[in-house]
Design a protein around this ligand. Sequence first.
Ligand SMILES: Cc1cc2nc3c(=O)[nH]c(=O)nc-3n(C[C@H](O)[C@H](O)[C@H](O)COP(=O)(O)O)c2cc1C
Ligand code: SF4
Length: 529
Amino acid sequence: MSVWFVPGDAAARSMGADRVADVLTAQGLEVVRTGSRGLLWLEPLVECAPTRDGVRVGWGNVKAEDVAKGPPTATDASYLGEVEKIDFLAGQDRWIYQRVGVIDPLDPDDFVAHGGMSGLRAALAMAPTAVVEQVLASGLRGRGGAGFPAGIKWRTVAEQAPARHKGQAVDAPRHKYICVNADEGDSGTFADRMLMEGDPFCLLEGMAIAAHGVGADRGVIYLRSEYPDAIRVMNEAIEKARTQGWLGAGILGSDLNFDVTVRVGAGSYVCGEETAMLESLEGRRGMVRAKPPLPAIEGLFGTPTVINNVLTIASVPSILARGADAYAALGEERSRGTQVFQLAGNVARGGIVEVAFGISAHELVFGLGQGTRSGRPLKAVQVGGPLGAYLRADALDVPMAYEALAARGAMLGHGGLVLFDDSVDMAEQARFAMEFCVEESCGKCTPCRIGAVRGVEVIDDLLASDAPGDAEDLLRDLCDVMTQGSLCAMGGLTPQPVLSALDQFPEDFDGGRRGETSAGQGVAHEQAH
Ligand SMILES: Cc1cc2nc3c(=O)[nH]c(=O)nc-3n(C[C@H](O)[C@H](O)[C@H](O)COP(=O)(O)O)c2cc1C
Ligand code: SF4
């Protein structure tokens, strides 16, 4: 009998996937709940195959009413044909997302049947230093935003002796920690969530590899409270991993002892900053810590701690399984391997694109994303979250890689691209960036805490004035102070969206002409090709 696959991912559930699954199940069909393939505009995307591992065909935007009289057929308008041949998916090179949307996320057998645990097995056959060498050789850089080489961070932690929790007696047990940053606060990003919901064992496998590499015995996933599905799936996966011998004492028969817990954040953007995250994990208010000491030397509870983003850690199993050289062969300059790009905002085809670094922003936005959802001309794309720069729609020829973006005054961040059509007012967006900083600043340092408040006021002055030159000078001065003087990237990068909006879209800041600015400034999909 055919097998039906219905995503249980939160994005698909929000579009009625649960009801579709219920209706198909009530018809006596075999239904497997998977993660999402990341073709979000088609959710719920229902798939069917003759057997569990057979070639799957799919249907997009399936509603419970559509399947009430029976499962969909190849003559339905929603029929998509073979799922892996859909253009959006066919050109992708999935290393992190290889199983997401394919397997039942909480079925250990399904995970292993699709290559799960081969990375950890390979790692356990190596000395810890060799594991760290592999990660170094792969060129993997942190996917949380700063792009710091993961192997160097791991090597630093590996070189430290385990330490007792700060304040504990001298004979207290000594630890090192692997902390996964799953706070995913950037606007337009959802790749951490979808990975955790769609392939949670992959993250646990990556954490166990890291633990072996650096000599850690404890792991923590700092997961934002806004992700209840991911919290549930990760907790269930941890329970199952323990019964499989993938976590706990003597993992896979080796001498690796390592266990993981989920800790839920309380919804503050700045708690994604690694030292604020440590404060939060230690039970205090999420205030940024001054560095040094680096968390790699004195991190959680004062112990040596690896802090990595979900995608960084989830890259590691396939690097170990498929080889660091194969990974390093992808990409350009010091941007090696694959990146999970996320298309969001006013986009016709939003979702997940995992490809090698170097794809152009134009190809992502107009090729895969197909321009705006509204059908109006595209005006701007914000890359890299709320602290990222805006790119003009007619300047998207930039390769998506750390170096190429930096050369344009932009950054990759967590890989999110948020599209805006020509109805957006870029001065409002600049003001919003300052407002966001007012709201989310931890308050520790003056350039950010006070600077952002003054920033909103100066932008208001600039927009109200008929002779905005002085206010603009003041705004640029203020941005300089925030960039140079802030303790962390919250205040330090807020000027990036502000100044990119001002520099790229000066007409939107022109007091006299405001209100007549937007229409016609964007780039239509057809023009763009
Ligand atoms: C304000 C602010 C928010 C951040 N939010 C996140 C986040 O949600 N997730 C994340 O992985 N990194 C976030 N970071 C980056 C972390 O501080 C840190 O660089 C990262 O977790 C390290 O992991 P990686 O090397 O794997 O990227 C944030 C940084 C700042 C300044
Ligand atoms: S820049 Fe802002 S968020 Fe960062 S430490 Fe200073 S006040 Fe806190």
